[in-house]
Write a protein that binds this ligand. Structure first.
Ligand code: NDP
Length: 474
C-alpha cells in the first residue's frame, strides 16, 4: 500500500506533524537526512498509526500515492533549498511539495515559481503552535495554487486545531501569502509578548507586586476579555519557582531576550510596504536592546526619577488591564494593516476575516479576542483599520483615560514601556485632526526645496526661503 503523504525532516516539528497525520488515520511515509530520527520515531511512536520508514528521498517518493504529497519540515533557508534540489527531480508533474518550515515569504515566492516551471505544485505553509501544536493541532496558513490547496484541504483540516467545529486552516492566497501571514503572525506575537512583559514590569515597579502576585493578576485578566494562550503561560512562568535557588524563576533568568528572525523580517517588510507597525518594531528593538550589554552598561547609573506617588492599587490594576487591552488592539490593528498592505502589493487578495478565524486556535497568539477581529472584518471586509470598527472604538473609548494614566505613571516611575507608549502614540496620531507633519514639510522645503502641498489650493509649491520668501508653484 502506498502512503498518502510523506514528511521529510523529523526534528521536533516534523516528527510531531507526522504523528498528528498518522493519529488522524493517514498513512505517512517518513524520512530524515540522518536515519536515527526516523528509527527513533518508529521505535517510540510507531504504534500510533501507519508509518512507512524511508531512508532516502528516492524511497520516500516511491512509497507515495499520486499525486505525491511531500511535506518538507527542515531548517528554513539553505537546508530547505538543499532538500528541494534533491527532491524535485524525483517528482512528476502535479505532485505537491509543502514547505511547512518558517520560510521567508520571498524565498517561497521564488521556490513556487521555480517549481511551477517544472509542473510541480509548491505550497508554502506557515505552521504555528510549536511542538505541542504540531502534535495536537496547529494553525496552518498555506499559500500556493488553489488546485494544490484543494487537494490538500481534507488532510490539512484533519490535523489542524479546531475551534467550535471549524478547523484552523484556510487557503491564504497564492505563492508566498501563507508564509507572509505566518511572518506577520510572529510579528504580532512579539508585540503581544512585549506588552504583557511591560504590564508585569509595571505591576512590579509601581505596586511592588511579587512575581507570584502578578501571576494572580494575570490569571484574573485571563478570565476576562484578555483571555489568551500568552496570558495563560505568563501566569505559569511567573508562578514558577527556580529549583536551584528557591527564588522566583523570572528573577534567575538572564534578562536578554533572543530572537530567531521572524520579528525582524516583519519589520523589514513593513518598512518596504510603508506599513507602520510601531508595536512590532518596538518589540523587536526591545529584544535587541535587552541583549546589548554594551549599551546597557553605558547607560547604567544614568539618573532616574527622584520620587513618584504610588497610585491606589485596585485602580492601577484596572488601569493596567485597560492599557494592555487597548495596546493589544493597536498591535493587532497594525499587523492586520500590514497583511492588507502586503496582500495589495503582491496581488494576493487575502481575506482578513479568515486569517483572524484560523488564528483563534492552535497558534501562539490564539485568543478570544481574535473572534472579535474576525467579526469586524466579516462585517466590513474593506475596513481600513481595526481601530475604525465600532466595537473596538468603544473599547478604546472606555480604555483611553486609563491608558494615559498608565503611560504617565510609567514615565513618572522611570519604567520603560515602549510597546504601551507607542501604541498610545499611534492611537493619538490616527485621531489627530492636524499633525506636525506640516512642519516637517516646511523643514524639507527649507533645506532641500522638496516642495509641499497646501490645504487650500491644489498644486505643488516651493517657498524661496533663502530669498524673498515668495511662493512659487513648482
Ligand atoms: P530545526 O529547525 O532544528 O531543523 C532540524 C531538521 O532539519 C532536522 O530534521 C535536520 O536533519 C534537518 N536539516 C537541517 N539541515 C538539513 C539539510 N541541509 N538537509 C536536509 N535536512 C536538513 O527543526 P524544528 O523541528 O525545530 O523546525 C523545523 C521547521 O519548522 C523550521 O523551519 C522551523 O523554523 C519551523 N518551525 C518551528 C517551530 C518550533 O516551535 N520549533 C514552530 C513553527 C515552525 P538532521 O536530523 O539530519 O540534522
Amino acid at each position: 500500500d502506498k502512503a498518502h503523504i510523506g514528511v521529510t525532516g523529523l526534528a521536533v516539528m516534523g516528527r510531531n506533524l507526522a504523528r498528528n497525520l498518522a493519529r488522524n488515520g493517514h498513512r505517512v511515509a517518513v524520512h530524515n537526512r540522518h536515519r536515527e530520527r526516523t528509527d527513533e520515531l518508529l521505535e517510540l511512536f510507531g504504534s500510533e498509526g501507519e508509518f512507512v520508514p524511508s531512508y532516502s528521498l528516492r524511497e520516500l517518493v516511491d512509497s507515495l500515492e499520486r499525486p505525491r504529497r511531500v511535506v518538507v519540515m527542515v531548517k528554513a533557508g539553505g537546508p530547505t533549498d538543499a532538500v528541494l534540489e534533491e527532491l524535485v527531480p524525483l517528482l512528476d508533474e502535479q505532485d505537491i511539495v509543502v514547505d511547512a518550515g518558517n520560510a521567508n515569504f520571498e524565498d517561497t515566492r521564488r521556490r513556487e515559481a521555480e517549481l511551477a516551471e517544472r509542473g510541480v505544485r509548491f505550497v508554502g505553509a506557515g505552521v504555528s503552535g510549536g511542538e505541542e501544536g504540531a502534535l495536537h493541532g496547529p494553525s496552518i496558513m498555506p499559500g500556493g495554487a488553489s488546485s494544490a490547496y484543494r487537494d490538500l484541504e481534507p488532510t490539512l483540516r484533519s490535523i489542524a486545531a479546531d475551534v467550535e467545529g471549524t478547523p484552523c486552516v484556510t487557503h491564504v492566497g497564492p505563492d508566498g501569502a501563507g508564509h507572509f501571514v505566518k511572518m506577520v503572525h510572529n510579528g504580532i506575537e512579539y508585540a503581544d509578548m512585549q506588552l504583557i512583559a511591560e504590564t508585569y514590569d509595571l505591576l512590579r515597579g509601581v505596586l511592588g507586586h511579587t512575581p507570584a502576585q502578578s501571576a494572580e493578576t494575570f490569571r484574573s485578566f485571563d478570565r476576562g476579555r484578555l483571555n489568551s494562550y500568552l496570558i495563560g503561560i505568563t501566569a505559569e512562568v511567573l508562578d514558577h519557582t527556580d529549583e536551584r535557588t528557591g527564588r522566583p524563576f523570572v528573577d534567575v533568568v538572564l534578562d536578554q531576550a533572543e530572537q530567531k528572525g521572524t520579528g525582524r523580517w516583519t519589520v523589514q517588510n513593513a518598512l518596504e510596504l510603508a506599513s507602520p507597525v510601531s508595536g512590532i518594531a518596538e518589540a523587536v528593538f526591545a529584544r535587541s536592546l535587552s541583549g546589548n550589554t554594551e549599551l546597557r552598561a553605558a547607560g547604567s547609573g544614568l539618573p532616574g526619577p527622584r520620587g513618584a506617588r504610588t497610585p491606589e492599587r485596585e485602580q492601577f490594576v484596572a488601569d493596567v488591564e485597560q492599557a494592555l487591552y487597548a495596546s493589544k488592539i493597536v498591535a493587532y490593528a497594525q499587523g492586520f494593516d500590514q497583511i492588507r498592505a502586503g496582500s495589495h502589493a503582491y496581488g494576493w487578495e487575502i481575506d482578513l476575516a479568515s486569517v483572524a478565524a484560523i488564528w483563534r486556535g492552535g497558534c501562539i497568539i490564539r485568543a478570544k479576542f481574535l473572534d472579535r477581529i474576525r467579526a469586524a472584518y466579516e462585517q466590513n471586509p474593506g475596513l481600513a483599520s481595526l481601530l475604525a470598527d465600532e466595537d473596538f472604538r468603544q473599547a478604546l473609548s472606555g480604555a483611553q483615560e486609563s491608558w494615559r494614566r498608565v503611560v504617565a505613571t510609567a514615565a513618572e516611575f522611570g519604567l520603560p514601556t515602549p510597546g504601551i507608549s507607542s501604541a498610545l502614540a499611534y492611537y493619538d496620531t490616527l485621531r489627530a485632526e492636524r499633525l506636525p507633519a506640516a512642519l516637517v514639510q516646511g523643514q524639507r522645503d527649507y533645506f532641500g526645496a522638496h516642495t509641499y502641498r497646501r490645504t487650500d489650493v491644489d498644486g505643488v509649491f516651493h517657498t524661496e526661503w533663502a530669498g524673498d520668501r515668495s511662493e512659487h508653484e513648482a
